[in-house]
Ligand binder design. Sequence first.
Ligand SMILES: Cc1ncc(COP(=O)(O)O)c(C=O)c1O
Length: 462
Amino acid sequence: MSRFPRRSSASKSFEARSAAAHRAEPSRAVRKRELRTDAGIETIAIRGGRKPDPSTGAILTPIFQTTTYAQDAVGVHKGHTYSRASNPTVSALEDALGALENTPPAVCFSTGLAAITTLFLATLKAGDHVVVSDVVYGGTVRLLNLVLEPLGITASFVDTSDVKAVEDAITSRTKLVFVETPANPTLKLVDVEAIARITKKLGIPLAVDNTFLTPVLFRPLDLGADITVYSTTKYIEGHNATVGGSISTRDAKLLDRLRLFRKSLGSIQAPFDAWLTLKGLKTLPLRIRQHSRGALEVARFLKSHPKVTKVFYPGLSEFEQYDLALRQSQGQLRAKKGLKNADSETFFGGIVAFEVAGGVDSGVTVMNNVQLCTLAENLGATETLITHPVSMTHGDVPREQRERTGITDGLIRLSVGLEDPADIIADLEQALAQVVTKATTTRTATTRTTTIKTRGRARQLA
Ligand SMILES: Cc1ncc(COP(=O)(O)O)c(C=O)c1O
């Protein structure tokens, strides 16, 4: 006789009944919670695309820390098979990011650069050409120059603030236009609506790296762009806790292709990072507005400081593209349409860049003397971070391209955090007080570059 007694019909029906009761629980837990179609962005960030866990009712999607998923029979499973292809926590983040931008679920990646890499490989092949903003995150330039060019994919780095220059750069081989706005680190803007009119006419997809403003402050897809790309590492997760990336689009075929490429390249996000990002996303609207308020205060302080020679911040009326910043801002667009929840304030994001009199030596003095602002790479998180693009994030951008686009050796990028702006300003003030300008003003940035020392171990550019 078997060690495992056959189940009696009575126990079978008990099992059947309890299974039915168990099945009833999830359906109660996931009853539909549709948001109003005109729900505000604060509501969407917290509730959009989210539902309690069907098996327990847990209000937060759990961290499904699993490699694989038991299948009921060959070819019969519950939608997930292996966590390189998909994972329920990552899917929950994709649903939430989709709701944020009114698209199907987004596609999430291990880093922002993994998202960009996967996008390029999914849309371009050997012989193809891509038009890219001449000011973009340095890792994007490195990817195109050092990884994709040897594979036969060529890029033209173009001043995408000039619509005509974009039109002129497009050739019969151009299969993608990729812009970043505001651009890292000089905050140059792109008129997305104008560029989209050109790319639509030519049938070329337009992708926008919207990492700096996020859909809370800027909605490229509503202005005609086809694809948005995010380093969720920045404002979306927002706490310096993860690296991650995402892509949103309404193009169903491209979504399928991105998922296929992500599975093939192995570039999916980890479940814990997705969970932290889900948590961060809830406060994104509150945080990015506060970042923006702080940044405006800091930018005004820097502008009035006698040792600061240049300030780049799209919210300053003297910023070269201030009118475009205003026109494209989500607050202004909603107000124009008479929509509810229109912001009474207009927000321009949390990044400020500046140069100090005396060039590179003075810039280095400021960066080496701040105390509250932390000298580090990254941006968009709670802590104020101060970055030297030339030796950190943009070190792999060719010198000629940096010089042509205003990424000078003395440029400082500040990601204004959520501390009291008065404390950030006080810190900058004391660091600027250490700058002695007289001996350094005669030296040009170019000749000083080689003297920038990297302390510690070998330089690792992010
Ligand atoms: C605008 C922008 N896009 C993409 C990236 C790359 O993101 P990640 O560091 O998450 O790979 C960065 C990183 O700084 C960035 O600033």
